[in-house]
Design a binder for this molecule. Structure first.
Ligand SMILES: NC(=O)c1ccc[n+]([C@@H]2O[C@H](COP(=O)([O-])OP(=O)(O)OC[C@H]3O[C@@H](n4cnc5c(N)ncnc54)[C@H](OP(=O)(O)O)[C@@H]3O)[C@@H](O)[C@H]2O)c1
Length: 214
């Protein structure tokens, strides 16, 4: 592919790899110290990206809190939404930061408080999306989930760094995990990581990985 932004994934999971409660309801996994780390990370990138289900389930703001960063700069918010289902009252469509919704050629027309970009016919084409964002001056992106989006980025070999906070809790059962999608059925399909850093902080462990693509 042509030039693309640097892609960093960040997520918080339980010890058993879950990122939400059963049914997808949000749970606070990060500690205050981890929130501070995430907001500093947000402040260093050009854009923060999530999938449409995260918007529908959590209604996040995706801004940088002044509590954690002095004079925050608020990166562009990017939502991947193939069918343009985003509710008009979603918090990411407020005026706190610019927002780009990436959808497909097959999605209908709608007026929303965001720029709309089309990439792919029925499913957002990640490479096309990254190229278009790069051309708009976005040189680094923090992908914050959920598990379906994280797996797509990893599977398509588009990830440079992976940061995981492992909170000291167990959720159990069939709750959403860090990496959803099809998953690997053959050993050669697993995604290999290289552990770069491991740090104990309040409430859990921060792990930093690089991704080993062949
Ligand atoms: N703990 C954490 O750090 C954390 C962070 C964020 C979210 N979460 C949790 O994650 C859960 C949501 O995760 P999720 O896996 O259900 O959904 P998601 O990853 O937020 O969104 C997935 C959706 O994005 C759309 N999409 C568009 N282009 C895509 C592409 N190229 N590849 C994959 N998906 C694409 C698809 O819907 P369309 O086909 O309609 O476009 C897909 O179903 C929530 O329960 C939330 O609480 C946890």
């Amino acid at each position: 592919m042509k030039m693309r932004p640097k892609v960093i994934i960040n997520a918080a999971m339980s010890v058993d790899g879950k990122i939400a409660l059963r049914g997808g309801r949000r749970i606070k996994i990060s500690s205050e110290e981890d929130f501070c780390r995430v907001h500093q990370l947000r402040n260093r990138v050009d854009a923060i990206l999530v999938g449409i289900n995260t918007v529908l389930k959590d209604d996040p703001r995706l801004t940088v809190k002044e509590k954690f960063v002095k004079n925050p700069k608020n990166p562009v918010r990017v939502i991947l939404d193939s069918k343009l289902r985003i509710p008009s009252n979603a918090r990411v469509l407020d005026n706190k930061a610019p927002t780009i919704v990436i959808t497909t050629e097959s999605a209908g027309k709608r007026e929303i408080n965001a720029e709309i970009i089309r990439c792919g016919k029925h499913h957002v084409d990640l490479r096309c999306a990254l190229e278009k964002l790069y051309r708009r001056g976005i040189k680094s992106i923090l992908v914050e989930g959920g598990g379906t989006i994280i797996y797509s980025f990893l599977k398509e070999k588009l990830v440079d760094e992976l940061w995981i906070f492992v909170g000291s809790i167990v959720i159990g059962g069939g709750a959403p995990t860090l990496a959803e999608g099809m998953g690997a059925s053959e050993e050669e399909d697993v995604i290999l990581l290289k552990l770069l850093k491991c740090e104990i902080i309040e409430g859990g462990i921060v792990l930093q990985y690089g991704v080993l693509y062949d």
